[in-house]
Design a protein around this ligand. Structure first.
Ligand SMILES: NC(=O)N[C@@H](O)C(=O)O
Ligand code: NI
Length: 170
């Protein structure tokens, strides 16, 4: 198969397009509700961190991520069978999100998205995804996912890489 057949173009991230794979973490997705006597407003239940298995915990971490070159050569995707995984950027910049449907236990063709500068994402448990992929500059994130014992990482290396381009209009 030629490179052309393995080339995809990332699309702007939308909740609808991402719905089969997880949730978009964005204040635009839910109505806010007042809290602290109106001194703050909360955008509630933007995503759920499902965790399963003995001793499973939901944990919060911080990530300092280096940028990847674009177009991205996607050789590997992974999934977490025991828990969901959310990434929320601490600085307003887009990042690349790549997900794949599951086809009999293996990833199908990737779908790539570019987030809006403030958006985060939550991969549903056991969803094939590329690793966290900032581009253009280093980027810091909050990560919320599963802690605890058990094998929570499954990786798949593609026979041929996929080449992921940013949308032309960027
Ligand atoms: N390993 C880790 O915490 N991150 C990956 O799961 C990822 O999705 O980037
Ligand atoms: Ni992951």
């Amino acid at each position: 198969m030629t490179d052309a057949a393995r080339t995809i173009v990332a699309q702007p991230l939308t909740a609808a397009a991402f719905a089969p794979f997880g949730r978009v973490i964005d204040t635009a997705e839910v109505a806010s509700r007042p809290m602290n006597a109106g001194m703050a407003r909360r955008f509630h239940d933007l995503a759920e961190i499902e965790v399963i298995g003995e001793g499973a915990r939901v944990v919060v971490g911080l990530v300092e991520a280096q940028p990847y070159a674009v177009p991205l050569w996607l050789n590997l995707v992974e999934r977490h069978p025991l828990g969901a995984q959310a990434f929320v950027p601490l600085n307003a910049a887009p990042f690349l999100v790549v997900v794949c449907p599951d086809e009999g236990g293996k990833p199908g063709a990737p779908q790539a998205f570019v987030t809006a500068p403030h958006q985060g994402i939550c991969y549903a448990r056991n969803t094939w995804h590329g690793v966290l992929t900032p581009f253009g500059a280093a980027q810091d994130f909050v990560v919320i996912d599963r802690g605890g014992p058990g094998a929570n990482l499954e990786e798949h290396v593609f026979d041929e890489p996929w080449i992921v381009h940013l949308p032309v209009s960027r």
